[in-house]
Design a binder for this molecule. Sequence first.
Ligand code: SF4
Length: 367
Amino acid sequence: MNERIIPIADARYNAGTPSVPADPDPATGRLADAHGRMLRDLRISVTDRCNFRCSYCMPPAVFDRNFQFLPHSSLLSFEEIARMARIFAGHGVEKIRITGGEPLLRRNIEALIGMLAEIRGVQDRPLEITLTTNASLLARKAGALAAAGLRRVTVSLDALDDGVFRAMNSADFPVADVLAGIDAAATAGLRSIKINMVVKRGVNDQEIVPMARHFRGTGHIVRFIEFMDVGASNGWRLDDVVPSAEVIARISEHFPLDPVAPQYPGEVAARWRYADGSGEIGVISSVSRPFCSSCNRARLSTEGKLFTCLFATSGHDLRALLRGGYSDQQISGAIAQLWGQRTDRYSEIRSEATSGLRRIEMSYIGG
Ligand code: SF4
């Protein structure tokens, strides 16, 4: 272990092996946490690597060439991921989001999509499989992903101006290629494409209206995300946050907006529709309007650790159970126990007191 390893790396290993109930009850498809929030969404990180260095997620000064990424041997195999997804589906998970790092960097990711597309959830319904990507490989992979069973995709794009884009992601990658990836996804039949823009005051907030203007009328939905204090290395300050109310006000000056009701409980983005009918945008307001009260998301790291909140400081090592000879029912029982005890609501309690917490990096557990 060389001296340059950043302390945050240690936090990745901070996960105990969960206890397994002696006589686990079979899953019922309905699993509530301590606040009555039903488990519905599972985010699965398939790699901790990325070819971008977005300042709010993988700051280049921290994730530099000396950063020790996880060895391939420690990653869950596709078979292990599919097994976990089946167990979570038994508890009522309806939606799986594939994340990273950058998930399209994981070789043969289409094969995993195909395996997940075969899984049936409650009432024998297929799971909704979606994926979040920086689109650097999307133009090349969109067709294969759609053929494998991917139905939806979310693309991270923080600016249209190349200079601003590079300032945000420290990657020498042109916006035009991200836009080409979005077009390829649409051509491949991936529907309701979402564009995630993390807004940081003084860095890319001048791009809010240009992004709205560019995607208005395309059917693609831009979601403006408040800069969050995820992880322990992005130098977050409240002053750098542009509250969603201000984002809405700026866009409304040019294109009047009307609020729209959520499609389902726990929907992350608040929806707004252009008054002239030319489409929708969304805002994700973890700082100014926390939505923990309806949070139904669990996260699985690329090594098989369960995290019950994006701002968690520790997790639960499910891989140890997977590779420890435990049955699906036993692992299912352990998950039921963990979720049942869940009380997370970080965004509601965010304060000076929480600023020093050593939170898990978003690039490790997926956004
Ligand atoms: S802060 Fe945690 S509990 Fe709250 S919405 Fe985000 S992930 Fe859910």
